[in-house]
Ligand binder design. Structure first.
Ligand code: WQD
Length: 337
């Protein structure tokens, strides 16, 4: 069965490509390489022994997406393509709305033309906003997103629910990711942020390797055991396996389902720093700063629905995530450069 991965050269897309190939799927990757490297395609081949078919295209260009569907028998789409930098999205919101919504609409229109009805979407725990109590459950109200990036995720979830309501053959799984970290244990693929990282783990690994001087810890006065923010960190390989289960589900069901992909456990920023120090043997200098605007105190998932519908559960723990993040950083100090 051929599955199209838009944005399949990115951090989560590349790990999903590996797990999809391992599960026996034919993987087709479409990526404009705006925030990724073509080297990823070769690395996927080294890991799996299979080179995925690759199209360097912007999936908001309808003719290019049509060509992919004409040349392949695509039975489902996992849609990763999109901009994801939260602070940038607050500065240039139109860039985020234009790209993230346009790419999704174009892919959905071409799917409809081709009677392709299984869709898996990269959504985010950010759709739970700042009003809900942890653990976040899929039936809680969404909204109250604090940046344009998060708002595009919410808008796309609503678009998919409308499409599923109108087309009885259509199936959408809205995967709400918590905080993906780690890397493939081979150290061949991993997260390669462009410029100064915004997210915690790449900032920690770049500090450990000497690219950054110290880690800024944003907020020490949260109502949490050690005062720092609590997140549900999940190994990207576990997350990737969640997509394999989700596309299978989407091809066997109809309708729209939101499903959390997390571990169900919360770890504080300082717990992550200490776990990383233990796994790597490298001390991370930290500087305590004020809270970062838009951050919530606690975020972690209720994972019952993923277990029930997808028969999927995260396997890796925080120590595994730190070890694999560090292995990737050490083997690739400058990412894919
Ligand atoms: C985690 C914790 C920070 C960096 C975001 C998006 C989400 C998803 C993942 C992206 C917070 C603290 C961070 C640093 C720190 N999307 N921190 N120093 O904000 O939970 O989620 O990224 O692609 O939609 O919102 O993740 O890793 O940025 O932060 O102290 O240098 O680490 O304040 O408490 P977040 P994060």
């Amino acid at each position: 069965m051929s599955i199209l991965l838009t944005g399949g050269a990115g951090f989560i897309g590349s790990h999903t490509a590996v797990e999809m190939i391992n599960a026996g799927y034919d993987v087709i990757i479409a990526d404009d390489l705006s925030n990724s490297s073509e080297k990823v395609i070769d690395r996927i081949e080294i890991i799996t022994g299979v080179k995925p078919k690759f199209y360097k295209v912007d999936v908001s260009v309808k003719e290019d997406v049509r060509r992919i569907f004409e040349e392949n028998n695509i039975e489902g789409v996992i849609h990763f393509a999109g901009y994801k930098c939260v602070p940038e999205s607050t500065k240039v919101p139109l860039k985020y709305y234009r790209n993230n919504i346009d790419t999704t609409l174009t892919v959905l229109e071409v799917m409809e033309e081709n009677d392709c009805n299984a869709f898996v979407f990269s959504s985010s725990a950010t759709v739970y906003g700042d009003k809900n109590q942890v653990p976040f459950r899929e039936d809680m109200p969404t909204g109250g997103t604090t940046n344009a990036y998060g708002s595009t995720k919410l808008m796309i979830e609503n678009i998919l629910k409308d499409v599923a309501a109108a087309n009885s053959k259509f199936s959408a799984v809205l995967l709400r990711y918590f905080n993906p970290i780690g890397a493939h244990p081979s150290g061949l693929i991993g997260e390669a942020p462009d410029g100064i990282p915004n997210n915690l783990m790449p900032y920690i690994t770049q500090t450990a390797i000497g690219i950054r001087e110290c880690l800024n810890v944003f907020g020490t006065d949260y109502n949490t055991p050690d005062g720092t923010g609590v997140r549900d960190f999940i190994h990207v390989v576990d997350l990737a396996k969640g997509h394999v289960a989700a596309i299978k589900y989407a091809t066997e069901h109809t309708g729209a389902e939101a499903i959390n992909l997390g571990t169900g456990n919360g770890s504080s920023v300082l717990e992550v720093v200490h776990a990383f120090e233990k796994a790597s043997g490298v001390k991370i200098p930290v500087v305590f700063k004020d809270r970062r605007p838009g951050d919530v105190e606690y975020s972690y998932a209720c994972v019952d629905k993923a277990e029930r519908l997808l028969n999927w559960k995260a396997q890796y723990d925080l120590n595994d995530m730190c070890r694999d993040s560090w292995n990737w950083q050490e083997k690739n100090p400058k990412g894919y450069e």
